[in-house]
Ligand binder design. Structure first.
Ligand code: FES
Length: 114
């Protein structure tokens, strides 16, 4: 089964050190811009399998250095999705292939989840 590449938005819609949430098919995902590099994940905390944010597009801690789950405060590395503190330490967010091209941000989802 092949994967599906989806255009989410323009790069200008996610400034450096911010994040943005999206709904794609049945999935909710989010993208973080870390110093011009875009990282995409399924919006599902490995602790309870629920969404991470409590306000729209707010997936980062106050310093914008880590991804933070709003429910119990788990902290994740932006680059890898590894949880480094909190109730699911050592587990990972589900990372999605993400790239920017022609000022557009694209992610690749498994075809069955789109
Ligand atoms: S649901 Fe995310 S840390 Fe508990």
């Amino acid at each position: 089964m092949s994967d599906e590449s989806i255009t989410l938005c323009t790069v200008d819609e996610i400034p450096p050190n911010t994040s943005k949430g999206f709904t794609v098919g049945k999935q909710t995902i989010f993208v973080v811009n870390r110093a011009g590099q875009f990282h995409a994940y399924l919006n599902r905390c490995p602790h309870l399998g629920i969404r991470l944010e409590w306000q729209p597009d707010q997936f980062l801690d106050t310093d914008a250095r880590l991804i933070q789950c709003a429910t119990h405060g788990a902290l994740f590395l932006i680059e890898t999705g590894l949880c480094i503190a909190g109730p699911c330490a050592g587990q990972h967010l589900t990372k999605l292939a993400c790239h920017s091209s022609n000022q557009q941000i694209c992610v690749t989802l498994p075809l069955s989840s789109a």
